[in-house]
Ligand binder design. Structure first.
Ligand code: CA
Ligand code: CA
Ligand code: CA
Length: 255
């Protein structure tokens, strides 16, 4: 899980830079007036291992993990926290709390991204055995490559979730709000919950076969839209199905 030793960031004077050591990794923090900028560099083995970073009580921060990492954590604050992982992150725990936060990671394995309330942004590469959650606010999450055993919960607010690769054995909860969910490839053994609310959600697939075996949509409400290629289906509560707008005989039923 999260790192046992967490380094609280000292706030240097404006324009100054401080260097600290955490389990052999070099942690360099510069106070740039608009934000506190922290970079974590590898230890002598070329990796970042067992390093936790705790943001100061307030103020915007940016934190960059500059090498392959394992067992890291980043605890943000109620202001805007930006986090970047430049290489594979294994077992990272990121919790950015309130504020409009952003997280950018490459391959992400066995990790947690908790964005809290606010209008948050997350972008990942391949992601495996991990969770992404966000509270109230309009959140934007993009998974650029394959998602496997991913648990996403975007909570209230008008959220956007885009998958650039395959989705396997995953769970997606869009929560309340007018949400947009877009798949670019197949989704298999994946549950999609549209939040059971009165706002219009939109779900996009490229082809009908991309809705692969074991994929189920629940929580659809009247008027929710399923768009497959150019074909639009509108959810009808009376029929418990998405009904094609162009061919009324064509419908798709979900659990
Ligand atoms: Ca937040
Ligand atoms: Ca924050
Ligand atoms: Ca939502």
């Amino acid at each position: 899980m999260a790192s046992s030793d967490t380094l609280s960031i000292f706030v240097p004077d404006i324009g100054q830079t401080l260097t600290q050591d955490a389990n052999g990794a070099e942690v360099v923090t510069a106070n740039r007036r608009d934000a506190l900028r922290t970079q974590v560099f590898a230890n002598q083995d070329g990796r970042i291992s067992d390093v936790g970073i705790q943001a100061p009580e307030s103020g915007d921060t940016t934190t960059a993990f500059r090498a392959r990492s394992e067992d890291t954590s980043l605890i943000g604050n109620a202001d805007d926290n930006s986090v970047f992982f430049g290489a594979v992150a294994n077992n990272a725990f990121i919790s950015t709390a309130d504020g409009n936060d952003s997280v950018v990671v490459n391959s992400f394995i066995d990790g947690t991204i908790d964005l809290g309330d606010g209008d948050n942004v997350a972008v990942t590469g391949a992601i495996t055995d991990s969770s992404i959650s966000a509270g109230t606010g309009a959140d934007q999450v993009t998974i650029r490559r394959t998602a496997t055993s991913l648990d996403v919960d975007l909570g209230a607010g008008d959220d956007t979730l885009i998958f650039g690769g395959k989705v396997l054995f995953s769970s997606i909860e869009m929560g309340e709000g007018a949400d947009v969910l877009r798949f670019s490839s197949s989704a298999r053994n994946t549950s999609i919950d549209l939040g059971n609310d009165f706002d219009i959600d939109k779900v996009y697939f490229e082809t009908r076969s991309d809705i692969a075996s074991g994929t189920v949509i629940t929580g659809a409400g009247e008027g929710d839209q399923l768009i497959i290629g150019g074909n639009e289906f509108i959810f009808s509560a009376a029929d418990s199905a998405f009904i094609s707008t162009t061919d009324p005989g064509d419908s798709i039923t979900f659990g």
